[in-house]
Design a protein. Structure first.
Length: 184
């Protein structure tokens, strides 16, 4: 990996074999970076593929004579894609958060919820893995209970229970305006 200039130049000329070689060299490196960022294998795989797709489409922009190493260039692409992913997920959480919370909230309460979406994300991250994934699939990906059950290879009522328990924990942990959400 010390001298990648000839390989990168071949990629810039559009040689498919050169792209395959370059991707083979860097895929584990980029994947591990994204896995550390996301802590989610599926997200890391998706973003890794997007990173290499973007690299293929923009390879001519990399300056082989510049000071930046190619690995730095790839990590910058991966990091930017991850940041875009997080922004997208936060928008989805804000849009779907009302489904997690009691509908009696005042406008002020709803504004506070939108300001505390990071806290909600942190609470979700602390949930057990199966609850966290079930909630994400239900509220962020709008999957049905049957589809989630198929993914987990369990009964829909099990998924419903996981979601209910996770949402109960979120409601318990989340404080808005000095009062607890959920049953009072």
């Amino acid at each position: 990996m010390n001298n990648l200039t000839p390989l990168i130049k071949r990629c810039q000329k559009g040689e498919k074999e050169a792209f395959q070689e370059l991707i083979s060299l860097f895929y584990p490196f980029v994947y591990q970076f994204l896995l550390k960022l996301s802590s989610d294998e599926s997200v890391a795989q998706d973003l890794c593929q997007e990173t290499f797709l973007k690299m293929i489409l923009k390879i001519e922009l990399f300056d082989v004579k510049g000071k930046a190493q190619f690995s730095t260039y790839l990590i910058a692409i991966a990091k930017n894609l991850y940041i875009d992913y997080i922004r997208k997920m936060k928008r989805i959480v804000i849009c779907n958060i009302d489904e997690l919370l009691p509908c009696e909230l005042t406008t002020d309460g709803q504004v506070l919820i939108h300001l505390q979406y990071e806290e909600i994300c942190n609470i979700i991250e602390e949930l057990p893995q199966e609850q966290k994934e079930a909630i994400r699939m239900k509220y962020l990906e709008s999957m049905t209970l049957d589809a989630i059950a198929e993914y987990f290879d369990c009964e829909p009522k099990t998924v419903k229970s996981r979601i209910h328990n996770g949402v109960s924990k979120i409601r318990k942990d989340l404080r808005i305006g000095g009062y607890k959400l959920g049953k009072q």
